[in-house]
Design a protein around this ligand. Structure first.
Ligand SMILES: C[S@@+](CC[C@H](N)C(=O)[O-])C[C@H]1O[C@@H](n2cnc3c(N)ncnc32)[C@H](O)[C@@H]1O
Length: 369
């Protein structure tokens, strides 16, 4: 099974598909291209393991293990019984089956999931459980049934070290792709003056050290039949890299946020190259050393009437950056164009908006100030 190629699907944050495809190609997954809702390429099981380990941007990774046409439930039932489930799932590991239907004669997702679940239990005897860690996902679109296995388990933004989260944390997966869209490749300092729990500086520090994002966590694929633990341990072995001569900075006016950022950096193993300081925007100065990237997602109010103070925070941000950060580039992630404009910074043309917790946000980037 491990040598056969199949389609590997990277689930993307809406709006970040192109950045994710670029990340995948750079990581050696050649042929990675944007499709509806994500990025696909063809590969083997070791590619699935490596993708889960090294890619920073996907939300999760699916293995598309089967696809066939079915016009009605009896046909779905029959075809599902013919699949080689023993090659895909283990009889001793519980699974949960989810289904969705679109523009298809089979329109009852619950019934479709039920048929697949029955085929699995009747062929290999694997238990079906609502709360199982392993998920089989059935998508029926235009009468085409695609069966995928979620190889990730808990979403990939859970790197496995961030126990402390601030009020509105940026997901690590998104943070890594925003850093990429700002041209960050691990060779310059990064500073976040409203760092909350420290997501941007920690992510940037990890990238500069060449640390794999999935180095400390477990994955659903470890419970699949073709999983080779010895090969996985070899893959997981950290690459030896020379620590860069760079420091990654975060500051925030909230002392609780700074405490969390310290704890998170410690757990991630990047405390030696990160510095977090309680500081208000007005007191911000560039750190010693070469210029780099300022990246920040300032608060944006959703309540009517809460904008006045935010406008003034953004004006301060703009003034501080324009007057004190010559030679640096800036990336601001916000849901509010007016707030971005209040900074008075010269932004480059916009990228597509990104869906973040149900809100459309956008990255505003400058060239070198
Ligand atoms: C949306 S959160 C940032 C979340 C962060 N990116 C993370 O992943 O945890 C905005 C942060 O800005 C901070 N903040 C608001 N006004 C500030 C100011 N004037 N100076 C410094 N920090 C400020 C808040 O304390 C909050 O932590």
């Amino acid at each position: 099974m491990s040598a056969a190629q199949f389609e590997i699907f990277l689930v993307a944050t809406p709006g970040l598909e192109a950045a994710l495809a670029e990340e995948a190609r750079n990581a050696g997954f050649s042929g990675a291209k944007v499709t509806d809702g994500g990025v696909t390429f063809s590969g083997t099981w070791p590619d699935v393991w490596r993708a889960n380990l090294v890619l920073r941007g996907p939300t999760r990774i699916l293995a598309r293990v089967a696809s066939f046409r079915a016009m009605h439930l009896a046909q779905l039932d029959k075809r599902a019984h013919k699949l080689d489930w023993a090659a895909m799932l283990r009889p001793d590991i519980p699974v949960h089956v989810e289904a969705s239907c679109k523009r298809s004669r089979i329109y009852h997702a619950g019934a479709a999931a039920q048929r697949i679940a029955t085929a699995i239990t009747e062929t290999i005897g694997a238990p079906i459980a609502e709360n199982a860690d392993l998920r089989v996902m059935v998508r029926i679109e235009d009468d085409l049934v695609t069966i995928s296995i979620d190889t990730t388990g808990e979403s990939l933004h859970k790197r496995g070290f961030k126990e402390a989260v601030s009020k509105a944390p940026m997901r690590e997966t998104m943070a890594s792709l925003f850093l990429r869209q700002c041209g960050y490749s691990g060779t310059e300092p990064v500073l976040d003056p409203m760092c909350g729990s420290g997501t941007f500086p920690i992510e940037a520090a990890e990238i500069s050290l060449g640390l794999h994002p999935g180095r400390t966590r477990s994955f659903a694929f470890e419970q699949l039949p073709g999983f080779d633990n010895a090969a996985w341990q070899l893959l997981r072995k950290p690459a030896t890299t020379n620590p860069p001569n760079l420091i990654f900075h975060g500051s925030d006016r909230d002392p609780g946020a700074i405490r969390m950022a310290h704890e998170n950096a410690d757990r991630a193993g990047v405390a030696a190259i990160t510095r977090f300081e309680q500081k208000s925007l007005e007191d911000l100065t560039p750190p010693e050393g070469p210029p780099g990237l300022v990246i920040v997602n300032p608060p944006y109010g959703t309540r009517i009437g809460s904008k006045g103070p935010l406008i003034s925070v953004h004006r301060t941000l703009g003034t501080v950056l324009k007057t004190r950060f010559k030679g640096w580039r800036v990336g601001i992630i916000t849901a509010d164009k007016q707030l971005a404009q209040a900074t008075g910074l010269p932004f480059e043309p916009m990228l597509p908006p990104v869906l973040h917790g149900g809100i459309r946000v956008a990255l505003y980037r400058t060239g070198t100030l």
